[in-house]
Design a binder for this molecule. Structure first.
Ligand code: HEM
Length: 215
């Protein structure tokens, strides 16, 4: 669910002023970037149907449900509580393609990609801590904690004799601990989980509102 928020938000362009959290992801599930997100989208659709006939019908949009579901996933896996405002309008069509980061991006390219969405280096590094969830080798797949940063500093994938360790993380993670902008932030969040949680909550709120048009 957290990945779903990022992929709905990630189409935002600060320069063009379009894209963002508007549930357009439902028209974009066939894009290679969005592989695997159908399952998360189905949960949103099922929840949306359950709102029919309740006080939330018409007040909570599909885009709101995406933002709420991501925050809920963070919370139930042990992460921070995040306040999520509602009232985002849903888009009626897909957002522009080609705005998500690529897996072979350098750290500079990743930072530039996030900067184009109006997100700082600090916000990029703290949001990437979401990779602690899922099965990329950053500790327990359903525990939201700062294992991502601790693992990045250990760089287990450099050990060529350990087949398992080499499968930890994804290429875009691997380049971050050597980057002079990202490294101090990684060190900070590896040493201080409370700081990670507080900064994550703030950055999540910003990401989940990128490009939102409020009713
Ligand atoms: C340069 C930036 C990023 C890239 C290239 C990237 C790419 C990926 C890839 C390839 C996966 C693995 C998908 C799979 O095989 O299961 C993944 C997982 C995930 N990503 Fe990212 N990601 C980035 C940033 C973010 C951000 C900013 C967030 C959220 C705020 C996020 C949330 C997640 C989550 C929660 C998963 C685990 C999904 C699951 O296992 O169900 N990612 N990401």
């Amino acid at each position: 669910m957290v990945r779903l928020v990022f992929h709905d938000a990630g189409s935002y362009s600060a320069a063009a002023g379009d894209g963002g959290v508007n549930a357009s992801i439902r028209f974009e599930l066939d894009r290679p970037d969005n592989f695997g997100l159908k399952r998360g989208w189905n949960v949103i659709e099922a929840t949306d149907k359950k709102l029919k006939g309740t006080a939330a019908e018409g007040a909570v949009s599909k885009a709101d449900l995406i933002a709420l579901a991501g925050a809920y996933a963070v919370r139930i896996t042990g992460g921070p509580a995040i306040q999520v405002a509602v009232g985002r309008q849903d888009a009626a069509a897909a957002d522009p393609d080609g705005r998500m980061p690529e897996l072979d991006f350098s750290a500079e390219q990743q930072l530039a990609n996030f900067a184009a969405k109006g997100l700082s280096a600090q916000e990029f590094v703290v949001l990437s801590g979401s990779h602690t969830l899922g099965s990329k080798g950053y500790g327990d797949p359903v525990t939201f904690d700062n294992t991502y940063y601790k693992t990045l500093l250990q760089q287990p994938w450099v050990d060529k004799s350990n087949e398992m360790a080499q499968h930890t993380g994804i290429p875009t993670d691997h380049v971050l601990p050597d980057d002079p902008t990202c490294r101090p932030l990684i060190q900070r969040y590896a040493a201080d989980q409370a700081a990670f949680f507080a900064d994550f909550a703030a950055a999540y709120d910003k990401m989940a509102s990128l490009g939102a048009r409020w009713a």
